[in-house]
Ligand binder design. Structure first.
Ligand SMILES: [Zn+2]
Ligand SMILES: [Zn+2]
Length: 101
């Protein structure tokens, strides 16, 4: 246990907002802070809940790959799809890289 600090991944923003989609931070679990009772480093015994967000994948450290795809969020499709499991709906929005209408 340690003092609460703003999450180093999302800097306390709890995640990443793209348009009207909100992708919660996987490091702090969407709380915006770590430490106290929310200590990612102390969860080392349990496997991560899921794979890293695609834009944080280590493939992006390869300059060739990064230069071939113009957008790491939508991979060039200009759209992002979000599935709301609770509501049972799927929404598609324009990606941040798409030209504004
Ligand atoms: Zn975070
Ligand atoms: Zn994009």
């Amino acid at each position: 246990m340690s003092d609460r600090i703003a999450c180093p991944e999302c800097e306390g923003r709890k995640g990443l907002r793209i348009g009207d989609l909100f992708l919660s931070c996987q490091f702090c679990g969407g709380l915006g802070w770590v430490g106290d009772t929310n200590e990612p480093a102390e969860r080392s015994g349990t496997p991560p809940a899921g794979p890293s967000p695609v834009w944080q994948h280590r493939v992006w450290s390869d300059p060739y790959v990064a230069s071939q795809l113009d957008c790491r969020y939508c991979l060039g499709s200009r759209h992002l799809t979000s599935i709301d499991e609770e509501a049972g709906t799927m929404r598609t929005i324009s990606c941040v890289c798409a030209p504004s209408p």
